[in-house]
Ligand binder design. Structure first.
Ligand SMILES: Nc1ncnc2c1ncn2[C@@H]1O[C@H](COP(=O)(O)OP(=O)(O)OP(=O)(O)O)[C@@H](O)[C@H]1O
Ligand SMILES: [Mg+2]
Length: 311
């Protein structure tokens, strides 16, 4: 499959500050890539370069095969950028606003009417179409901004903190919209500080800090690269001491300790080796009735890969 978004070694300096330092990653069609990193890490700058709003000092970005440096107009037609904040539009209704941007994208005549209906329906803005933008809540504004981003049916979507300031229901709704867009085959790069939010929808992740990529790939691969150990919670019918001793006798098991009504231990090995361990524990007749590997956690990745230094 060809990459929909290919970031190739981009560097961007502002004076003496290197905001983005040789950043590379790729997003495939249908993929949702989470872009995480502390404040000032270079996420927005990277996203602005991908959207042709900023030129890199070095490197290039291919958007659906088009270079942002060689063919910025073609790249722009294929990208939808939802910035982290957007301008005020006084005395403008939702439908006027969308109509204006559809015209700007060169969508004409009957096709423009159909396009407006399609995005209004997709973002459930129908009941509010005549409402003035200034009077919209934050969640409604985010929906509208997403709707605008969809008018020219881009192959690649870049969403800069779309969930910021949304209430829990609005966040769930946004997540479902983003997932639906991925299912339509769009490649999506989405930044957020709400990591539980991202882990619910992302298939892959890129971690950036002080302009440098600290890890990129599928969520599982990046977790494994930073956390080769799996933590497992078990509960047994037998005495906990017996279970603890039995566990610690096994290879690859470290650090068994009591937790709540059971035990947790760390395991460093493959899934096959973990399966073998589980079978052995069952054979030992410890009365094992719970065996839960800890869920992959973006928060762990974030805290392990970044040092918390600002620039
Ligand atoms: N136009 C600019 N001029 C000078 N410095 C800039 C400019 N834009 C960004 N920077 C600096 O570049 C660095 C990266 O900023 P950027 O906005 O890309 O970070 P971010 O990862 O999006 O952070 P946040 O999570 O706070 O949104 C910061 O140190 C910022 O101050
Ligand atoms: Mg930002």
């Amino acid at each position: 499959m060809t990459n929909a978004l290919e970031v190739r070694g981009i560097t961007k300096r502002f004076g003496r500050l290197t905001a983005v330092d040789d950043v590379s990653f790729t997003v495939l069609p249908g993929q949702i890539m989470g872009f995480i990193g502390p404040n000032g890490a270079g996420k927005t700058t990277t996203m602005r370069i991908c959207s042709t709003l900023e030129m890199p000092d070095r490197g290039d970005v291919l958007v659906d095969g088009q270079s942002v440096i060689e063919e910025p107009r073609l790249a722009r037609q294929r990208i939808g950028f939802m910035p982290d904040s957007y301008g005020a539009y006084a005395n403008t209704t939702i439908v006027d606003y969308l109509d204006f941007f559809a015209r700007a994208y060169g969508v004409r005549g009957e096709r423009r009417r159909a396009t407006l209906e399609r995005v209004i329906e997709f973002t459930s803005l129908g009941d509010l179409r005549e409402k003035e933008i200034d009077a919209l809540s934050k969640g409604m504004k985010q929906r509208l901004c997403l709707a605008k981003t969809l008018l020219h049916d881009p192959a690649v979507m870049i969403l800069d903190e779309p969930a910021a300031g949304l209430d829990p229901r609005a966040r769930v709704e946004l997540r479902e919209l983003v997932k639906a867009l991925a299912q339509m085959g769009k490649a999506i790069l989405v930044s957020s500080h709400i990591l539980t939010e991202l882990s619910e929808m992302c298939t892959s992740v890129t971690v950036i800090e002080r302009g440098k990529v600290r890890g990129t790939g599928s969520v599982a691969d990046v977790v494994r690269s930073v956390k080769p150990r799996t933590r497992i919670y078990v509960r047994v019918l037998c005495e906990l001491e017996l279970a603890e001793r039995t566990l610690l006798e096994r290879p690859r098991v470290t650090d068994a300790r009591r937790e709540r009504e059971g035990l947790t231990f760390d395991f460093e090995g493959t899934n096959e080796e973990l399966a073998a361990l589980l079978e052995q524990l069952v054979a030992e007749k410890l009365g094992l009735f719970e065996f839960t590997p800890e869920a992959l956690n973006l928060e762990d990745i974030f805290l392990t890969l970044t040092e918390g230094k600002l620039q």
